[in-house]
Design a protein around this ligand. Structure first.
Ligand code: ZN
Length: 235
């Protein structure tokens, strides 16, 4: 049986892959990817260190670039874009990428807190409205357009339906923990899965499991009952 370490002292053991951290450090992740990486960084000194190194490498490369003259219309082009939708979308920054969990974080279960990057997407984090998906499974959708981004709560000891994925799925544990065919995940851990993974996450006993989930395509239920439910259940 897996050892459960208190969240206050535990450091994550499952991390986003380095390619994603590099893309994050160089500003090439989507808003949804940025949110899950930024949230992980609040709990993971190891990945904060890696991102800082990638940022330093990127800065050194920029320093070495030979300056070139700007186009004559560059200033006018920037002015015309200010206030456009494109500019607004790019400005949707994920704040505090590498700061520890702050005093304004709010509890989501036990002593676990919602990290600050997530709070910026919630109107009232202290009164989250959980919507039931199936028995033992509830969700809160976050307002991000480029992917499906949710907080998911699996009641303690209960299982998600067996499922696979139409695309990629990244899951970060915020409270409690879960086990699936790929391992055991606790607060701060990130699990990345795709269509090759068919799994049935089971929440640890004793505490509800709350996760941040980013998917770029709907899940597909694969168990005998799940296949019948597919037309009716939308994750
Ligand atoms: Zn990490």
């Amino acid at each position: 049986m897996a050892t459960v370490v208190p969240p206050a002292v535990r450091r994550p053991t499952h991390h986003p892959d380095e390619a994603l951290l590099f893309d994050y450090a160089t500003g090439r992740t989507s808003e949804a990817e940025s949110l899950i990486v930024a949230t992980h960084l609040t709990l993971c000194p190891e990945c904060r260190h890696k991102v800082a190194e990638f940022e330093a490498i990127g800065g050194a490369i920029v320093d070495d670039i030979t300056p070139v003259a700007m186009a004559d219309n560059a200033f006018a082009a920037v002015l015309s874009e200010i206030g456009s939708d494109a500019a607004v979308n790019r400005a949707t920054a994920i704040p505090t990428t590498a700061t520890p969990v702050s005093r304004d974080a709010v509890p989501v279960g036990g002593s676990s807190m919602l990290p600050r990057p997530i709070l910026t997407y919630l109107d009232n984090p202290r009164t989250l409205t959980w919507n039931s998906v199936v028995r033992g499974l509830e969700e809160v959708s976050l307002p991000i357009d480029c992917a499906t981004v949710k907080l998911l709560r699996i009641r303690a000891g209960m299982a998600m339906p067996q499922h696979t994925h139409g695309g990629t799925e990244m899951t970060m544990v915020l409270a409690g923990g879960f086990t699936d065919e790929t391992g055991h995940y606790q607060r701060g851990d990130v699990a990345a899965t795709d269509a090759a993974v068919d799994h049935r996450p089971v929440a640890d006993a004793g505490e509800d499991c709350v996760c941040l989930i980013v998917t770029d395509a709907p899940l597909r239920l694969t168990g005998p009952i799940g296949r019948l439910l597919n037309p009716f259940v939308k994750f």
